[in-house]
Design a protein around this ligand. Structure first.
Ligand code: SAH
Length: 250
């Protein structure tokens, strides 16, 4: 067992409001046209996945946010040209940033609203956390690879997503001190739905989690904790995520 719990690193992004900053002080407004094209691709993609996308399609608030967040700052320099294509990209350490459609879908499915406290497992580049940031009151994100977690926290701070807090730890166990969460997004594939995360879900809240082995078909699952505390889960669509690693004995 690795003593990961003893070396928690709390990486807090400080400074001004994320929503305000994304549209003002960040030199992000270059590549605006590419982001607009990315949004159109996401909408098209959503139409081809009616079993996963609810109602009229991806929530316009989610699309608007993704139209502002500078995805190219979250990928390595050599990948920047491809940052707005609808596909996953390598971010180092064998990990990947999800394709924009999947980020949009997962964000949409947890119905995040102002005032909500959201948990992400698998910070990676920090992009998914950045997309959640302007939509929620607070985003907690856990990354198991220290270098990725530290880098993402620094990037989020630099881009002034100040309501995002990152820690390096095994996300399987969630972040109990900040629970319950109004939404949980797991961005690495688990062999089963982690019970500690179900436990930390607020009543009426949702979790999206890819479930399945690395060499087997994985499915994006939508887990909901009803107001009466009962749990429902639904399989949405086949996906391909990097595995959720085991950092602590389970
Ligand atoms: N959400 C990320 C992409 C995630 S890729 C983004 O927007 O860029 C999946 C990430 O999950 C990887 O960075 C991987 O290191 C991390 N991960 C894997 N197992 C984990 C665990 N048990 N706890 C926390 N993070 C984990």
């Amino acid at each position: 067992m690795r003593p990961l719990a003893q070396c928690h690193v709390l990486l807090t992004a400080v400074l001004a409001s994320a929503a305000a900053v994304v549209s003002t002080s960040v030199p992000a407004q270059d590549r605006f046209a590419e982001r607009a094209a990315m949004i159109e691709t996401i909408k098209l993609h959503a139409r081809s996945a009616p079993s996963a996308v609810e109602g009229q399609g991806i929530d316009p608030a989610v699309l608007k946010t993704m139209g502002k967040v500078p995805r190219h700052f979250f990928v390595p320099e050599e990948q920047r040209g491809a940052a707005y294509r609808d596909r996953p990209l390598p971010i180092g350490y064998g990990q990947t940033i999800s394709q924009p459609f999947i980020v949009a879908l997962m964000t949409d499915l947890i119905n995040v609203g102002p005032g909500d406290v959201v948990l992400e497992i698998g910070t990676g580049s920090g992009y998914q956390a950045a997309v959640l940031s302007p939509l929620a009151a607070k985003v907690y994100s856990i990354e198991i690879i220290p270098e990725l977690g530290e880098r993402a926290a620094a990037r989020l701070a630099e881009l002034r997503f100040d309501n995002v807090e990152v820690k390096v730890d095994d996300g399987y166990y969630g972040w109990p001190v900040h629970a319950p969460f109004d939404g949980i997004v797991v961005t690495a594939a688990a062999s089963h739905i982690p019970p500690p995360l179900v436990e930390q879900l607020a009543k009426g809240a949702r979790m999206v989690v890819p479930v399945g082995g690395p060499f087997a078909t994985q499915f994006l699952m939508l887990v909901e904790k009803r107001r009466d505390g009962s749990i429902t889960s639904r399989q949405l669509l086949p996906v391909s995520f990097v595995p959720l690693r085991e950092g602590r004995a389970r």
